[in-house]
Design a protein around this ligand. Sequence first.
Ligand SMILES: Cc1ncsc1CCOP(=O)(O)O
Ligand SMILES: C=C1C=NC(C)=NC1=N
Length: 214
Amino acid sequence: MLMNREQLAVYFIAGTPNCKQSIEETLQAAIDGGITMFQFREKGKDALAGSAKKEQAVRLQALCREANIPFIINDDIELAVEIGADGVHIGQEDEAASSVRGKINGGIVGVSVHTMDEAKKAIADGADYVGTGPIYQTGTKTDTGPVAGTALIKTMRAQNLTIPIVGIGGITIDNAAPVIAAGADGVSIISAISYADDVKQAVVELQAAVESSN
Ligand SMILES: Cc1ncsc1CCOP(=O)(O)O
Ligand SMILES: C=C1C=NC(C)=NC1=N
């Protein structure tokens, strides 16, 4: 699936552990609010595995397909290939983007990067976008590196790296604008959407914050 940078604008990420109500209801409300991409990231305590995880992925994939937004799977390349996901997001500890590309025939490949070297390698490996962070303090992922701010985003743009970039980590309606102002094409968000009292409204406000900063 070809990707354009506008699709990174409001990139919702969630797994069942991140949702108060059912993940289907949360994802549908986020879709109604206007998310531009979804990543199924089933990690942490109580995360689904095996056939339960696959069946959950298939249900969420159907909601994304209905809304014509890309359905991305985090880390689990085998599952992505098995169900024909629109792409995968991989970390530094996973195999290189170049070898992943070959497996998901034309799917989107996103890579997490924390340094310029990692960013340049991801570009050389043919990544479609890079995710970088944590931009702000986050409680959602416990093993993140130190809070990075927007420095790497600014440095990448200062060095004329044009690859689509999405920021991640502690991003909310109130702090999303600086991430775009720094040069990111979008924001990736878990808890500010999944734990919002009104998921749809939270996405509407995030979209407005992103658009106002472009
Ligand atoms: C997956 C990931 N990678 C860096 S921070 C993070 C968690 C982001 O979650 P939240 O949007 O709730 O801060
Ligand atoms: C760690 C991550 C960084 N960036 C994105 C987009 N997804 C992730 N899972």
